[in-house]
Design a protein around this ligand. Structure first.
Ligand code: FAD
Length: 406
């Protein structure tokens, strides 16, 4: 059967909408499907890093973000388990007045990306993909139900799984594995009225959740995004209830005063973060996986939006050539995995190492104490966060010894 589309993209979060936008620019015929109707919420810390801002700039969407409810952030406040605090400023973007990062609720941010995609490709909201079509072992399309509960099928040259951590494609094809060593679980709650807020995002290495952290991120109109994230293995081993750990952090002596008159809006929600501390397979006959479906979240920072957008762009580039070649085999599509890991591999490996080091309280205390005293250390951390540290420096053990002994 002739394909109706070049690409069917399942999921219109940051990875799917970004892929749709770059694919549309390359002239591909795309169908973008999502089970939700936009705007929709997504449980997240809502921090939009410099990496994401790069893609927003390329897609001409920075002004839309700036014109929407958000906070432009200037740096990160870290606190060590012993309570020492430092604020590390973000490095300003080269030749650009755009903020190096934002905090923007996902209901707002994802809608900006999706509405832009909707102008450029065919979209169907409220369409839940329930299965895949296969011919001779190759994925050739999807089946699902629309808003009226009517079942529909669509076929395409390539199916793109951008449907998040619980991706139906990875589950059905047996790619999905709940490996607690490579899985972070996190809470998120919105508050109003938290005191001492600035325009820096706050990451607190609270003793009881190492290796993990408690965050407090500023939002518009006095809103604040608060959460706690922890490796699943540690949760299981220490039998910790994450919502209880969240409440315990808020009520702890360090934060109690700041939350004294704060109002919790809605409930404390939880969600999963498949982190890229191992390389998962992200393609096969007739399909590729993006973003959380491919497990690309940074294991140390928990940042996944930038890597999701990155995977969307790389997939669009590779699939443009694939569609020209008319070869949709697993072997041909492996180029996507290769390019993806060429781009993200070093960074993910470094973050995996930092995640492991983050277990050691005395080390965190030492680094934050050093940074509190040394401008050099703060600059090095700023550069690492901005992603401007050359790979050779990032992968060199002396870089980390410098953090300790400078
Ligand atoms: C608590 C928490 C805090 C986080 N904080 C941050 C942060 O501050 N900064 C950051 O960069 N990252 C953060 N992350 C990670 C970030 O949320 C993800 O990495 C990012 O959302 C991945 O984007 P995605 O497009 O791959 O998937 P998603 O954003 O999950 O989008 C998937 C889309 O697929 C749709 N879908 C799912 N199933 C189907 C189906 N069967 N049929 C049709 N559509 C379907 C969904 O409706 C959804 O719109 C956090 C994650 C969590 C859980």
């Amino acid at each position: 059967m002739a394909s109706q589309y070049d690409l069917i993209i399942v999921g219109a979060g940051p990875s799917g909408s970004t892929c749709a936008l770059y694919a549309a620019r390359a002239g591909l015929k795309v169908l973008l499907l999502d089970k939700s109707t936009f705007p929709r919420d997504k449980i997240c810390g809502d921090a939009i890093s410099g990496k994401s801002v790069n893609y927003l700039e390329e897609l001409g969407l920075v002004e839309s973000v700036q014109a929407s409810p958000q906070v432009a952030v200037s740096g990160i406040l870290f606190s060590a388990p012993n309570g020492t605090k430092i604020t590390v400023p973000f490095i300003p973007r080269e030749n650009s007045k755009v903020s190096p990062g934002f905090v923007c609720r996902r209901e707002v941010y994802d809608n900006i990306l999706f509405q832009e995609a909707k102008k450029n490709v065919e979209t169907i909201e409220d369409f839940k993909v329930t299965d895949f079509l296969q011919e001779d072992g190759r994925i050739t399309g999807v089946t699902g139900t629309n808003a009226d509960k009517v079942e529909k099928q669509f076929n395409a040259k390539v199916v793109v799984g951008a449907d998040g951590y619980n991706s139906i494609l990875s589950r059905k094809l047996g790619f999905y594995e709940h490996d607690p060593k490579h899985w972070v679980v996190a809470t998120r709650a919105y508050y109003r009225g938290v005191t001492e807020m600035t325009d820096a995002i706050e990451i607190h290495f609270v003793k009881d959740v190492l290796p993990g952290y408690f965050w407090i991120f500023p939002l518009e109109d006095g809103l604040v995004n608060v959460g706690i994230g922890m490796l699943h293995t540690e949760l299981k081993k220490r039998r910790i209830s994450l919502p209880q750990a969240h409440v315990a952090a808020v009520e702890s002596p360090y934060f109690r005063e700041r939350f004294q008159n704060a109002e919790l809006l809605g409930k404390i929600s939880g969600w999963n973060l498949p982190v890229g501390s191992k390389q998962r397979k992200a393609s096969g006959d007739g399909f590729v996986l993006l973003g959380d479906a491919a497990g690309l979240i940074d294991p140390f920072s928990g940042e996944g939006i930038g890597n999701a957008m990155c995977s969307g762009k790389i997939a669009a580039e590779v699939l443009t050539e694939v569609c020209k070649s008319n070869d949709f085999s697993a072997q041909r599509l492996r180029e996507y995995d290769q390019k993806l890991w060429q781009e993200l591999g070093d960074e993910l490996r470094t973050s995996t190492m930092l995640q492991k080091l983050g277990r050691f309280q005395p080390l965190l205390n030492l680094v934050v104490n050093k940074a509190a005293k040394s401008n050099d250390v703060r600059t090095l951390i700023s550069e690492m966060m901005a992603g401007v540290t050359p790979r050779s420096v990032l992968l060199n053990p002396w870089t980390y010894l410098r953090l300790l002994f400078v």
